[in-house]
Design a protein around this ligand. Structure first.
Ligand code: 5AD
Ligand code: SF4
Length: 483
């Protein structure tokens, strides 16, 4: 008789546990990536597909999962319907990202009935109990659900699912988290790399789900990060972006004298042509960091400095730990010390009960700083966060109207800056043929501005070349090769 398939719920998410710090936090796990013979055999002639939602941390996590699949002898496919294993790496930071993900899960259903044997949902969405309930109740074709802390054990979970023939396996361990080294990795780009320097966040901004989904702040050891960066330099990488939810707090948990300024300086000295980092929290942006950025030409002078709001009361309610004046003071100091500095930011519109005057303070901040680029969001309540408990008296209509005004205000400064680049020559790291126009190539300036220029020369890909800007749009520039 055929055995009935059963569910294996090893662990389910719990938001209360997600707030806690682990006793073993910062224990460095060095060799956790077991790809057993069963998986190596299973993977032969099979294909995997990974869809990634959300931030660069998720992009990096997907590269690690891809690295594990490579070790299983699998190959990557760009087509979901061609895959034996589909992985959807999810983002929970706003509801629209979650909605998009559910749309994507729905799409896999027909593939699961044909070729695909595993449909795995991983990442931040799985850390929220209500999302896991919804997946389990609505999408029976999803058979693997893993939380962010299970990434290093992806293969163990997959192996258990396949070997035991479980109907579904769920493993989400809400916790502070620890640090893992020696990840296998399948980098998506041959000359631009992301390098994690720390994981998690301790800031608990009142609107944000990230500290719950990614655990407490924990830093990798400096020597491990430097080794990874050094290898990338030797492989010919042109740009490294250091990743963390709040990179300026790097090292605080290590108690060995490591700081972000020291780390940045040592990596700059490896002579990587372009060094970037994201994201910075204004609270932790200390003078020593500013000095190192100013000192090294290969540390890019375009810095992402989320402001979220320009109003003191809203900033207090958000738990941001700075006010509009201290943010302005920081910007002034950075501009004084770092010639050529350009700033980008994140702004949330429609935090609960935001008044017209409070919103206008945000517009004033935008006019003061004159950001060169920005990500703008309408506040999205996240279940389990303190802000989600606030009763909101502002209509969606007003929020959208304010959002549009904010975008207009930002675009004025973004366009002004783009216009000021016309006629000048910039270093551009070439990505390759542009997505929408086969006659054009694309790349980014040091200021992180997207440039399109006519070329068919594939040997330019991954090189830094000089491009003269001949015209500008708000979000991109048109140029021509200068030399
Ligand atoms: N609603 C809207 N935007 C949010 N962000 C984080 N949480 C929320 C939320 N609940 C934005 C912040 C953060 C960026 C990554 O996402 O601006 O900086
Ligand atoms: Fe979220 Fe605030 Fe941490 Fe950024 S600093 S990840 S907004 S809690």
């Amino acid at each position: 008789m055929k055995k009935k398939k059963i569910d294996n719920f090893i662990s389910l998410p719990c938001l209360a546990n997600a707030r806690l710090k682990n006793d073993d936090q910062n224990i460095i796990h060095r060799d956790c990536f077991v790809v057993d013979d069963f998986l190596k055999e299973y993977g032969k002639n099979k294909k995997y597909f990974i869809r990634t939602f959300g931030c660069q941390a998720n992009v990096r996590d997907s590269e690690i999962v891809a690295g594990l699949f490579d070790k299983m002898n699998m190959t990557q496919t760009e087509k979901m319907d061609d895959a034996d294993i589909i992985v959807i790496n999810t983002c929970a930071v706003r509801e629209n990202a979650v909605d998009k993900m559910f749309g994507e899960i729905g799409q896999c259903k027909s593939y699961r009935q044909k070729k695909c044997q595993v449909c795995a949902i991983i990442g931040c969405v799985c850390e929220q109990p209500s999302n896991v309930d919804k997946i389990l109740n609505t999408y029976p074709h999803v058979n693997l659900i893993l939380g962010t802390h299970e990434l290093p054990y992806f293969c163990d979970n997959l192996s258990s699912l396949l070997k035991n023939g479980y109907k579904r396996l769920v493993n989400v361990k809400s916790q502070g988290g620890s640090v893992f080294e020696n990840f296998p990795s399948h980098r998506q780009n041959k000359y631009k790399a992301f390098v994690n320097i720390m994981y998690g966040c301790n800031k608990f901004c009142t609107y944000c789900i990230v500290p719950f989904t990614r655990g407490r702040e924990r830093s990798r050891l400096m020597k491990d990060i430097i080794n990874e960066c050094n290898e990338l330099v030797l492989q010919g990488y042109q740009e490294i972006t250091l990743l963390g939810q709040n990179v300026n707090a790097y090292g605080k948990d290590l108690n060995d004298g490591s700081t972000f300024a020291k780390l940045l300086e040592q990596i700059a000295n490896l002579n990587i042509p372009r060094l970037r980092f994201t994201t910075s929290h204004p609270f932790d942006f200390s003078d020593d960091i500013i000095d190192v950025i100013a000192k090294y030409p290969n540390i890019m002078k375009s810095i992402h400095l989320p402001v979220q709001s320009g109003n003191d009361q809203i900033l207090r309610l958000m738990g941001r730990r700075y006010n509009s004046q201290s943010y302005r003071d920081l910007v002034d100091k950075m501009r004084r010390k770092i010639p050529g500095l350009t700033l980008s930011t994140d702004i949330i519109v429609g935090f609960p009960n935001e008044t017209e005057e409070q919103f206008e303070d945000t517009l004033k901040m935008v006019d003061y700083v004159k950001y060169e680029s920005a990500f703008t969001f309408i506040y999205s309540p996240r279940c389990g966060t303190p802000a989600a408990k606030l009763i909101d008296n502002v209509s969606d209509e007003i929020k959208h109207e304010r959002f549009n005004r904010l975008v207009k205000c930002l675009e004025k400064h973004i366009s002004n800056y783009a216009n000021s680049m016309v006629g000048n020559v910039f270093n551009v790291l070439v990505d390759g043929p542009s997505k929408n126009n086969p006659l054009m190539f694309s790349g980014y300036t040091e200021e992180n501005k997207l440039v399109h220029f006519p070329s068919k020369n594939l040997s330019l890909i991954g090189k830094i070349i000089k491009v003269k800007i001949i015209s500008s749009h708000t979000y991109s520039l048109i140029g021509e090769i200068y030399e």
